[in-house]
Design a protein around this ligand. Structure first.
Ligand code: SF4
Length: 216
């Protein structure tokens, strides 16, 4: 009903050249978005594109791809970032709204707290190896085969808020770290412009909690 529906949006509108870089049904996407948003109760921004801009907004952003909350500024916007977002998280957000008749509690960036309040690193099953200072140093080295921490291979789990390490993917089968590759931080704003996926966040020497004063 008018004023009571939720508009769920994938992608984002390019604003350059009057929006001509994305035409949908003969009209610029941005025009359609504004029309559909007019009577919506709230908007769900699905994925990193709608939430933050994502790769099409990468510098120098020639099409001026713009996230939904920068275009629609007078409606509540629920951001469900990820490239792509987790299916169970998407359905969880919709189910919450239809079951309780209200919007989920959001963090200061507009993400539902129930799924985005913890870092991948907080619940990662490789975390004991991080704490012990046991790291993969090269792809396919002995440490990689043992399932050690991927921090030195560029894992962005310590700075990425999402539910991958708890909900996982494909019905809970696995997630990138479980498959042997570090988290690339795809649910964080600007991840596409922050340098190589394989650069670690810091080179501070990590000695591990199992070392004692004689060993350091
Ligand atoms: S693999 Fe990544 S998320 Fe997991 S413990 Fe290591 S740095 Fe943290």
């Amino acid at each position: 009903y008018k004023g009571q529906y939720i508009l769920a949006v994938e992608g984002n509108p390019p604003l350059n050249e009057g929006g001509m870089f994305c035409i949908d049904g003969g009209k610029p996407f941005v025009e359609k978005l504004k029309l559909m948003a007019e009577d919506a109760m709230a908007i769900i921004a699905w994925g990193a594109c709608a939430s933050w801009g994502c790769v099409q907004a990468a510098k120098p952003n020639p099409t001026q791809a713009t996230p939904i909350d920068k275009v629609i500024t007078n409606k509540p916007i629920i951001k469900v970032p990820g490239c792509p977002p987790i299916a169970e998280v998407m359905t969880g957000v919709v189910t919450f709204i239809t079951t309780f008749g209200k919007l989920p509690e959001l963090d200061r960036q507009g993400r539902p707290k129930m799924f985005y309040s913890q870092r991948i690193h907080d619940k990662c099953y490789r975390r004991p190896h991080f704490d012990a200072g046991q790291f993969v140093e090269e792809w396919d080295d002995e440490a990689a085969r043992k399932g050690y921490c991927l921090y030195k291979m560029g894992c962005k789990g310590p700075t990425t808020y999402n539910a991958c390490s708890t909900v996982r993917w494909n019905g809970g089968v696995s997630f990138p770290i479980q498959s042997g590759h570090g988290c690339i931080g795809c649910s964080e704003d600007g991840f596409w412009d922050k340098g190589s996926f394989y650069d670690r966040l810091t080179t501070i020497k990590q000695f591990g909690i199992e070392r004692n004063a004689d060993q350091i």
